[in-house]
Design a protein around this ligand. Structure first.
Ligand code: AMP
Length: 211
């Protein structure tokens, strides 16, 4: 039987979102992206969204308690999920450990220079949230979503300066701690070479979650 409680780790721009959407659909479980949930809060102008905005704009981590309060209710009692962008540090991993047994943690590795170039070339549909990349997966028509016809925008935190800060603060500083946490759980952590095509990476992920 396939694993259904899955965490994707990796630097911003490694392709976690793209893989998470496909994997969740394949497994029939929810895709939970804390970044998407925060952007949704912001769009709706909630207090949580406004509080998170200053951290997001700078490329810093939103305080753990805000993230934990936001995601806690969506994790408990569910049969499965693909988590994308959570946990981002040890405190969040420990919280997750209390509410669910994680079966697979997939660490998608891509070198720094490549993820920075990818993030800057990233575009997102403002209506349906689908991701594009001007380098590797451009839309058929410039500036327009292939799926819903919505307008493609650049995330305000995808400028070079913020992307570099996100890489350092959210990935470089935290990843070793997270990897040691999950290495201590036999058979859970798997490394994936994320430099390959979206489809090749997806096929490997499917093999890993299937057994
Ligand atoms: P993402 O879409 O995953 O790149 O997230 C966008 C921004 O939301 C990040 O740069 C952080 O500021 C914030 N964020 C998303 N997930 C988390 C998390 N698990 N912990 C703290 N901040 C987060």
């Amino acid at each position: 039987m396939s694993a259904t409680r899955i965490v994707l780790l990796g630097p911003p721009g490694a392709g976690k979102g793209t893989q998470a959407v496909q994997l969740a659909k394949h497994l029939g479980v929810p895709h939970l992206s804390t970044g998407d949930l925060l952007r949704d809060e912001l769009k709706r102008g909630t207090a949580l969204g406004l509080k998170a905005k200053t951290f997001m704009d700078r490329g810093d981590l939103v305080p753990d308690q805000v993230i934990i309060d936001m995601i806690h209710g969506r994790l408990e009692g569910t049969l499965g999920f693909v988590l994308d962008g959570f946990p981002r540090n040890i405190v969040q991993a420990q919280m997750l450990d209390k509410v669910a047994i994680i079966e697979r943690v997939l660490h998608i590795q891509v070198p720094k220079a490549e993820v920075i170039a990818r993030s800057i070339a990233r575009r997102m549909c403002e209506s349906c949230g689908r991701n594009y990349n001007l380098l590797s997966s451009p839309p058929k028509k410039e500036g327009v979503c292939d799926v819903c016809g919505g307008k493609l925008i650049q995330r305000t935190d995808d400028t070079r300066e913020v992307v570099e800060r996100r890489y350092q603060v959210q990935y470089e500083n935290e990843i070793e701690g997270l990897l040691s946490f999950y290495r201590a759980k036999p058979g859970v952590l798997r490394e994936i070479d994320g430099r390959r095509s979206v489809d090749t990476v997806f096929q490997e992920i499917l093999r890993i979650v299937a057994n």
